[in-house]
Design a protein around this ligand. Sequence first.
Ligand code: HEM
Length: 409
Amino acid sequence: MTSRRGFLGAAGGLLAAAGTSISARAASARAAAGTEAFFGPHQAGIVTPQQSHCFFAAFDLTTEKRDDVIAMLVAWTNAANRLSEGRTALPLGDDPRIPAPDAADALGLAPARLTVTFGFGPGLFIKDGKDRYSLAASRPPELADLPRFNGDQLIAAKTGGDLCIQACADDPQVAFHAIRELARLSYDSAELRWAQTGFISKPADGSTPRNMMGFKDGTQHPADIDKSVWAGDSAPAWMRGGSYLVVRRIRMALEHWDRTKVSFQEETMGRHKYSGAPLGLKNEFEPLGLDRNDRDENPVIAENAHVRLANAAENGCADILRRGYSYNDGANFVAERWPPWRQGTEYDAGLLFICFQADPRTAFVKLFGKMAKFDMLNQFTTHTGSGLFACPGGVQPGEYIGQRLFEKA
Ligand code: HEM
């Protein structure tokens, strides 16, 4: 396993290896302009260094016509490229008698490294037993419905979707603008099913950001990104260079967490709260050292600590690239509790968990299947939303997202 530092270092090494190549020069010119390329061998927004904001949206297809879906994907592709470059749909609302082609809420804002990542849910291939677009035979085995996990309390209105769009940017308005512009292009073919905003606040010193539980989150990354993240050579052509996205909306019982001793929180996580170091160690980026025992021969990092249960080496190399965001939806009054003195207003805040992998069956499902049963963290978390999407390989100019899927089927 490599640390985040190692991961970033490796990415830097790749850039260095590209040397003065055109693509490296183009990448640095784009970075200076605050844009991320939409076109490329992989979709942007997967291994792209994480932006500070995310607007994640899941859509249901309402059309029965395959051509409508294709036309929508063509429109989405063109718009996503335009938005990533920070360009507004033109002409601006010159004619006040008709709706303007752009909501104008992002006029004058920088591109803010916007990335738009598209995913295809199971419902694109088959829904309620119906093969609406003659794609059922092309459903990849990796896109197997997620099982019901222990403790799941999924809300239907925050779960599933035939398609998803993950818009990430360093400006929340730019991210929302992207979703809104894409959604308006698809009013006749798809409707918004659910959406979730998220954010990460990065410390000025470049250290790992903290989640709402106050722990550094994003220390550990897969040792081999190519192997762990991108669909393998056996994948269908349209998924080559693609990845599978699992999203979970995880509410945290913050009121309960805040009354828990720091030592218990650290035991739960398996890391120190302030330094982020593995329990008993000093440096955040040191290996976990899972075989260390204390004086009584008990493991320093408990058997049911989060990082042990989530660790790839402990799970037959099941590895995921986490790219989650904190979410904060304010607070809700919870009235359905008994006795009445347990009723009250509590935060609806937590983690918009997003991860990418080559095969969810041997990655997220394997990891979380065990964690859902044994992880000490479960007493503070509730999974309320979920989704699984196949994110096709990257798009080249002149192509539309998922084109190879529709051409094949
Ligand atoms: C609210 C829920 C969650 C919280 C607060 C949380 C928090 C953390 C923290 C603080 C770390 C240690 C720092 C790091 O390596 O980034 C970590 C590691 C990790 N978490 Fe979570 N996590 C949550 C849910 C999940 C879920 C659902 C999965 C799904 C499989 C997951 C997978 C991982 C993995 C793979 C690691 C790295 C383990 C290693 O060191 O090898 N986490 N998490």
